[in-house]
Design a protein around this ligand. Sequence first.
Ligand code: NAP
Length: 338
Amino acid sequence: MRAWVVDGAFGLDRLTQVGRPDVEPGPGEVRLRVRAVSLNYRDVLMVRGLYDPRQALPLVPCSDASGVIDAVGEGVTGLTVGARVCPIFAQDWLSGDAERSMLRSTLGGPRDGTLRQSMVVPANAVVRVPDHLTDEEAATLPCAGVTAWRALVTMGGLKAGDTVLTQGTGGVSCFVTQIGAMFGARVIVTSSSDAKLERVRALGAAHGINYKTEPQWGKAATAWTGGRGVDHVIELGGAGTLDETLRAVRVGGTVTLLGILAGAKVELNLTRVFMNAVRVQGLMVGHRADFEALLRALDANHDVRPVVDKVFDFDDAPAAFAHLAAAGHVGKVVVRLP
Ligand SMILES: NC(=O)c1ccc[n+]([C@@H]2O[C@H](COP(=O)([O-])OP(=O)(O)OC[C@H]3O[C@@H](n4cnc5c(N)ncnc54)[C@H](OP(=O)(O)O)[C@@H]3O)[C@@H](O)[C@H]2O)c1
């Protein structure tokens, strides 16, 4: 089988296609014939050596895929050849609070990831894909979809009438917008581009703010809520956006801190956090049970479909990385396998 690896040194220009032997699944394992892989910003950071500079190489990048089971190991029940599944992001984290070791079981670093034709995973580390989703759509779910679900629903306790603010129009943000709208929340999206804001309005965003032309977007968001502030801010920018986020969030509201698009280190005036009793909550994707809950929600709401910006062929995977890194996309960038 063919696989993309980053080898020798980090860098998008170090992505190389190699041949690897097909592996038979052992007891309790299944083998997937991978059909589609989606990219996350994390994958770009990982390949560039910016996510974990100590990551051992060679590494097969990417955490997200959909595929078909083509071999089943001894003792596996409930999964048969032909089942369409996605591997879960943190392979050992099935439910409940994660142990540190579970958060080290993630695909695409430290474990070899999904950008290959075939992979063997534990049978309990896959979830079944609803029939109505295409392979490309299903492949967008394991990281970005589950993250948005966990931030808003599992941890956020989202309810109708809440106001949510999400930053940018990438993979996580589009899912936040769609899930927010699904729950009857009002979603504010910030973006560098008015054209992109138009596109997310079609996903159910109630309001858009261009953070280039409105640098005080936190203040603008609060004004849009009539002065109350936003219930849930999904913080994707990190260092460069947190200050404005603390202007946007309501007294007693929640900031779910999960991204570092605008840097990881910040000098911050903490007064606003305690004066406004803000809950700042970190988050690391989610577990298998979160993924299953998301799939049930999508199965009950067929009109909510993952946003696929562009699909690349397997041989063009480096161009897919470059496309994501250039940040011209809305939603998810996907690689299709032959
Ligand atoms: N902790 C976790 O569990 C977890 C899980 C998933 C993702 N993440 C993180 O979440 C972030 C987003 O991931 P993703 O895969 O959705 O990314 P993505 O698809 O690459 O989306 C990036 C988009 O964010 C916007 N953006 C870029 N710089 C920005 C800035 N300074 N301020 C506001 N928006 C900015 C841009 O959209 P516009 O042009 O529209 O502004 C850009 O296209 C990344 O930092 C990623 O590592 C964390």
